[in-house]
Write a protein that binds this ligand. Structure first.
Ligand code: FAD
Length: 502
């Protein structure tokens, strides 16, 4: 059956070819199905080769994945004098007492091996004059340990190298432009999943039998009106896993990036932490530096503390700005080309402070997984930001998320290789109605606004109660499955935050 479909046949120019390939996929029974075309999904697919896998990505590869937007890099204790133990200790210190220290150490120890895998797949990490990996400093790391690519281009370079490697791997079949909207279960285990073509809400769904599904769909940032995340980060993976019965851990733990650039764009572009690592400072509208009074590490304090500092200045009407004039000045464009390009709308960061505010950036909570990336549901693995491994607690230091994604993607592949995966049963009719209404832009905008105002940087009991009621009502009422999934995840986040209120 597989011979009918040429591997990698589905590309962005897929229009005519897609129906047959999708029909074939619906009858396919021997593949592992990976949902997500970011670092976690693509790396897992490559590690599974030559075992046949199907990768489903809502957006064409290279688009819609946060990985491509990562500006800092990957944390790895590869420099002389640094150690996995020191890296793990920094991770534990940032996580508000909620990091699993064994998990953090395990991840830190595997960092070097995974960086070398990425080098082999063609990621051109920067090197110093001696040819060693060049490492930079970022907030909450006690050593220079961030490997990067041409300053702030790490994410783009990683996705481009992995995309090329995936497209050249015959065992990987790529389906782009379809989103997973439900997981199907069979006697308490994964039996398959339901897909729908993106932007065709009225079209028929496709059911795919599969006994092994890896969710690598990323986080929830797009549930917020102010976010740095792409639209695909709408929490769909979390919703479909929860609905299928998987245990979800700490959904209320959301990280807000303190320095999203306020130039009226959705999503908001990001001024990477590495700028502060290079000496850029935070000032308010009166030119006063406000972070030294809040933390001994000032601008390099953990993200939650910097985010609250920035939020307080914005809420008080003083405004907040990232000032790189002295630290970088004329070197700005060369050292941080991505940030420079984001500022183009009227700001010259070499000569002017950049207006900033906190925005939803990273989800520490997610599908609860063990050290192999297995969820509580038989046949379901989760990797990357959609998962919760215990490595981040209530907060995470910069550049630990790409590391966690790549480490767990490799572990999941190894675990699946060792599993005897039975042929899928015939799928029964699902509880998901095939009819699907159009997405209501107004309802989506309302949900996102309420997440920012009621479930944002500062939360209180009354606001969370209102949010829980509103999301529960939307979840019940929505006739559009994508919106219903957004409401489910928003409800999980708000209810979890409510249950932790002081
Ligand atoms: C602006 C920005 C900068 C960042 N900088 C850094 C950094 O420097 N260092 C660091 O460690 N981390 C950084 N992060 C965080 C990091 O990029 C992410 O945590 C990480 O890339 C997540 O990888 P992933 O594979 O889980 O998800 P992604 O790379 O986002 O990939 C998710 C994939 O899933 C697909 N998808 C989503 N839902 C569905 C669905 N229902 N069906 C089918 N496909 C679906 C998407 O199309 C996409 O292909 C940054 C994040 C942002 C937004």
């Amino acid at each position: 059956m597989n011979a009918v479909v040429p591997p990698n046949a589905v590309t962005t120019q897929k229009a005519q070819a897609m129906p047959n390939q999708i029909h074939d996929l619906a009858r396919n029974t021997d593949h592992v199905v990976i949902v997500g075309g970011g670092l976690a999904g693509l790396f897992c697919a490559l590690k599974l080769a030559p075992r046949p896998v199907t990768v489903i990505s809502a957006a064409p590869l290279g688009h819609g994945a946060s990985t491509a937007w990562a500006q800092g890099g990957i944390a790895a204790a590869v420099a002389e004098g640094d150690s996995a133990e020191a890296h793990a200790a920094d991770t534990v210190a940032v996580g508000a007492g909620l990091v699993d220290a064994t998990v953090a150490l395990g991840i830190a120890r595997e960092a070097g091996a995974r960086i070398h895998d990425l080098l082999r797949y063609g990621v051109p990490f920067d090197r110093d004059l001696q040819g060693r990996l060049a490492v930079g400093r970022e907030a909450a790391h006690s050593a220079r340990r961030i490997v990067h690519v041409r300053g702030d281009m790490a994410g783009r370079a990683i996705i481009s190298a992995l995309t090329e490697a995936v497209r050249a791997t015959p065992s990987i079949r790529l389906i782009e432009g379809y989103a997973a909207e439900a997981l199907l279960t069979d006697e308490g285990a994964i039996g398959g999943l339901q897909l729908r073509q993106v932007d065709d809400a009225a079209g028929n769904p496709v059911t795919v039998p599969a006994r092994a599904v890896v969710l690598a769909t990323r986080g929830i940032g797009h549930l917020y009106a102010a976010t740095t995340n792409p639209a695909e980060a709408s929490g769909s993976g979390l919703a479909i896993a929860a609905r299928a019965g998987a245990v979800i851990a700490d959904p209320g733990f959301v990280q807000f990036h303190p320095t999203a650039i306020m130039v009226g764009r959705d999503p908001a572009p990001l001024a990477t932490e590495a700028l502060r690592g290079e000496g850029a400072i935070l000032i308010n509208g009166s030119g006063e530096r406000f972070m030294p009074a809040r933390h001994r590490l000032a601008e390099l304090a953990p993200r939650d503390i910097v985010a609250r500092g920035v939020f307080a200045e914005v809420a008080a009407g003083r405004g907040a700005f990232l000032d790189a004039r002295e630290a970088l000045g004329a070197r700005f464009a060369e050292k941080f080309p991505t940030v420079f390009a984001s500022c183009i709308a009227g700001i010259d960061p070499a000569r002017q402070p950049i207006p900033v505010a906190p925005a939803a950036h990273y989800h520490m909570g997610g599908i609860a997984v063990d050290v192999h990336g297995r969820s509580s549901l038989k046949g379901l693995w989760a990797g990357g930001e959609v998962s919760c491994t215990g490595a981040h607690g209530a907060n995470r230091p910069a550049s630990n998320s790409l590391l966690e994604a790549v480490v767990y993607a490799a572990r999941i592949a190894e675990d699946i290789q060792g599993c005897d995966i039975a042929a899928p049963a015939r799928l029964k009719a699902t509880d998901i109605a095939p009819q699907n209404a159009a997405m209501s832009a107004l309802a989506e905008a309302r949900l996102r606004a309420m997440m920012t105002s009621h479930v944002g940087v500062i939360r209180d009991g009354d606001g969370l109660t209102e949010a829980v009621r509103s999301f529960a009502a939307l979840e019940q009422a929505s006739k559009n499955i994508a919106l219903r999934n957004m409401a489910t995840t928003a409800l999980l986040v708000a209810a979890s935050a409510w249950s932790r209120r002081a």
